[in-house]
Design a protein. Structure first.
Length: 546
């Protein structure tokens, strides 16, 4: 029996013979190579999530440092990063077959250096215009796109019987990038990490915090380290990916010299920016954009434009792959599972982006009526909890329970687990909306913080479990050839939650009705609960509890 020659399976090599379903091959060669690629993929994906999500923390500190932007303008930065990352996932699903796994993971990891360094430079200048920070937020979307290519790559290395384990580890541990970012950024902003090369500190105008407590106003703060710090991990990590990962020729064929592969990746990622920038220009208010369309028009327009650009600009082998990808849209389960994945991952990433600034705005001020009886929200609350101390908890728990959701779903069925968590999210979202209303009408909002955080932890826990259950359902309903494209599509659409949640919550806070945002989410969860029952749990369901 042929086996892969030893030198072709070493770190950094292109592998022409890959048979993970062959037990002898897997034990002798495949297992070592597959797990080496997995353990390099995990930290790369973690850094991608961290760079993508960092604006949720950065905007809080910009508010604390007195950057001259309104709360609504700061919410747009997290929203822009969200929609950019979601759009990038559409072309990212093609990258492995076009350019190879090693080439793709190396370059997309190295690409994170640009938004990390650029953000660090911009944050040293309070007087820079809003569009400069919006550009950096847009660029950070590269990190969000990396999920689709990372998952597609790892799935090619493992046999079917280990797909759930491998993808669960890659996605679950990669999602810890959100928590890692929320812990690391507040910490590195407290020290002059790079000495004179890192720029001068700014002085906190309002109390801030980190996981161990409050940081008082007047403390020197190196907010630029929120971007610069990732250089310390990205440079060695990109090098390790280059020297330690592999391209599978059985998946991507002959990708050509590395520079050719890099050109393909850069081309596709550049295409993704076109519809995102166009949509944001139509959506964002003046002077940045035209302010012509609402968010609910902007998102479908962005998705449609991204698909159209991919269809028209495809060439060579990419054209065939795009045609195969588009076949999934003929299957009704693609659309039902897209909605269900929005409930789970869309909620996870959306709340991760919006929660830090929501804590700061709702609980950071005393809400008192003026002489005319009009409620004011500008008096600083001396007992305010710090968002940077607590915001990491929800994403941490959501990421930690994702493998648990998959394991439970293997035992009882994916759709029944999705039904349970959807019901829990309806109740928790309604309850947290009521608590937010009470806090936003109180002179002592901190008294509502404990139930607020407890209910959000319920939402994160349910969404994390649902990530695992929905992923299992996709794997059962679709064959191996279709499951990858469906996963890429659903993850791309669900990632728009990172855009929707900050915009909706920010708009409702501005309107002094934050509860309406959560009530709206509860209605959506209830609709999807019915959808899940109709497709997968009723007596004559299309597929019975997959």
């Amino acid at each position: 029996m042929n086996t892969t020659p030893k030198d072709s399976a070493t770190a950094g090599a292109d592998i022409a013979d890959w048979r993970p379903e062959d037990p002898a091959f897997w034990e002798s060669t495949g297992k070592k190579v597959a797990y080496r690629n997995l353990w390099l993929s995990v930290p790369a994906l973690l850094c991608g999530f961290a760079v993508w999500g960092m604006w949720g923390i950065i905007t809080v500190q910009m508010l604390n440092l007195g950057f001259p932007f309104t709360q609504a303008e700061l919410f747009t930065l997290t929203a822009i990063a969200g929609i950019s990352g979601a759009t990038m996932r559409i072309p990212a699903s093609f990258l492995i077959r076009l350019a190879g796994g090693r080439n793709t993971i190396f370059l997309t990891t190295a690409m994170l250096l640009a938004p990390a360094i650029g953000t660090g430079m911009a944050l040293q200048h309070k007087d820079w215009p809003l569009w400069a920070f919006q550009l950096m937020a847009l660029w950070s979307g590269v990190g969000g796109g990396n999920f689709a290519s990372s998952m597609s790559n790892i799935s090619t290395f493992f046999p079917k019987r280990l797909q759930g384990t491998a993808l669960g580890l890659n996605a679950g541990l990669g999602n810890f990038g959100v928590t890692t970012m929320q812990i690391v950024i507040p910490l590195v902003m407290t020290v002059g990490l790079f000495g004179s090369f890192g720029g001068e500190p700014m002085t906190l105008m309002k109390d801030s915090g980190w996981i161990f407590g409050k940081i008082v106003a007047g403390t020197p703060t190196w907010i630029q380290n929120a971007g610069f710090a990732w250089v310390l991990s990205l440079v060695p990590l990109a090098a390790l990916c280059w020297w330690g990962m592999n391209n599978l020729k059985t998946v991507s064929g002959e990708t050509g010299p590395p520079l050719v592969a890099f050109a393909k990746i850069t081309y596709l990622y550049t295409l993704a920016f076109v519809p995102a920038i166009f949509m944001l220009y139509l959506y964002l208010p003046k002077p940045t954009g035209l302010g012509l369309i609402s968010m609910w028009v902007a998102i479908p327009l962005d998705i449609a434009c991204a698909l159209l650009v991919m269809r028209l600009a495809a060439f060579g082998a990419m054209k065939e792959n795009v045609a195969k990808q588009f076949l999934i849209f003929r299957d009704k389960h693609t659309w039902s599972l897209t909605a269900l994945y929005i409930v789970t991952f869309g909620s996870f990433i959306g709340f991760s982006m919006a929660l830090p600034l929501a804590i700061t705005v709702i609980f950071g001020y005393q809400h008192l009526p003026d002489a005319a009886g009009v409620m004011g929200h500008s008096l600083k609350n001396p007992n305010a909890p710090s968002a940077l101390t607590y915001a990491w908890m929800g994403p941490f728990i959501g990421a930690a329970v994702r493998p648990v959701g998959g394991w439970i779903s293997d035992k009882v069925g994916g759709s029944i687990v999705t039904q349970w968590i959807s019901a829990a999210m309806v109740l928790a979202s309604t309850a947290v909306g009521y608590v937010m209303m009470q806090a936003y009408q109180s002179a002592t909002p901190e008294q509502y913080f404990l139930p607020f955080m407890g209910l959000f932890i319920v939402l994160f826990t349910a969404s994390g479990i649902g990530n695992g259950s929905t992923f299992r359902t996709i794997g059962v309903i679709f064959d191996r050839q279709q499951a990858g494209p469906v996963l890429g599509w659903t993850s791309a659409v669900a990632a728009y939650g990172a855009f929707i949640a900050p915009v909706v919550i920010g708009a409702q806070i501005k309107a002094a009705t934050p509860q309406y945002a959560m009530y709206g989410f509860a209605v959506f969860y209830a609709v999807c609960l019915v959808l899940n029952w109709w497709f997968y749990l009723r007596a004559k369901a299309y597929v019975n509890n997959p």
